[in-house]
Write a protein that binds this ligand. Sequence first.
Ligand SMILES: [Zn+2]
Length: 192
Amino acid sequence: MAKPKAKAKAKKPTGRPASVSLHAGAKFGDLTIIRKAHLKEGLRIFVKCVCGKEFYTKTQYLTRKPNPQTHCGCKLKVAPHPYAYEKICWQSMHLRCCYEKHVSYMAYGGRGIKICDRWHRDNPQGFANYLEDMGKAPTRQHTMDRINVDGNYEPDNCRWATKTEQARNQRRFSGKTWEHKLKQQAKEKETK
Ligand SMILES: [Zn+2]
């Protein structure tokens, strides 16, 4: 009886072509080897990227095919748009107010909250105007806050505020947030 188990134990290929030389100065794309290093975790290659970043990597990352490592990751980074965050806020405002399938639509567009013409996406200058009026968000913890929670999205009624500031604002204004209102509406529907 043959034992297939023994066969499966055959040497696995290491995936490391013997021809690759890992001497100091060898180049792998934008990476240059500085030295080999025997760390606790095993053999590592200390490399420097053309962008200046130095780091440890593994031999197999440099030599694998396909997709060998050829840079530190810097090539994947695209310079972020300076107002990328504000653009997202501007877009989500439209989703809440104009897109009926949005989860929050009933709390915004569905109850008559509108976006002023000056900021609206139908206006070719809409986003530029919005930026001019709102300015850059102080941090990414800030989102758009309507000072009067029943009012529209317009310059006089909007500011950047953190979640905490917004919660305080909602209590101060109506005492009843839209969530309460929605629940009430739902109750009224049920009783009809
Ligand atoms: Zn780099």
